[in-house]
Design a protein. Sequence first.
Length: 242
Amino acid sequence: MRNPEPALIGLVSNEPMRLEGLKSIFDQPALNGRPPLRPVTGSLAEMLSLATLEYLVLDMHANQGGLVILDSVRRARPALRLIVIGPEGNDELVMECIIAGARAFLDNSADAAIVRQAIEVVTGGSIWAPRRLLSKLIDRLLKIPDSALTNAAPHLTAREKEVLDLILLARSNREIARQLGIEERTVKAHVGRLMRKTGADNRIELSMRALNLPLVAHTHPLAPHRGRTRGQAAPSRRLLSD
């Protein structure tokens, strides 16, 4: 078997010492079965211009207006997966960053091992965020104005519906690819089209919109406003998986 291609991880920080610290976390090898991680440094504009870059660690330690930066990144590269490092103890900022498209949020006190672990989680297809914020985040997304949720359902292809059904069952891109017998990159392309068609900014919002629009069959186990029979399992907490 040939070795997997390395995953490029962009690193952006205004402080040289913090940037060197971020680079040092890549000295250890990748987990078994995962592609090797290769850091790339430069300005934010340089990172956004790299077409092969899939992941970006954005250190907002010394940056003001971090949400504005996140929004500009999302508009320029909507598929880019962000790992944000920001101030500690600001739950509102964490939720806003995730809603804006960040796949992970770490506070400034996170050590090298935690940062590396979060990067491994994101490159593995999931979202890293404090568990205590999960219910708050779901509540926030469920309060999207009715007008945003009651528009006519977009037209989805048969394959897109299959992918969406599996997203709602908390399957990762890798699991979806295996189950449907397609490439993982093809799954990513389908997810991107689903987000564009539904107007969702990230996978979480896509799930919420799918549960509130007639995009899935009425018999779907996570369909809203349906009674759950006794003994039926509750929706998985892995809703945030990618």
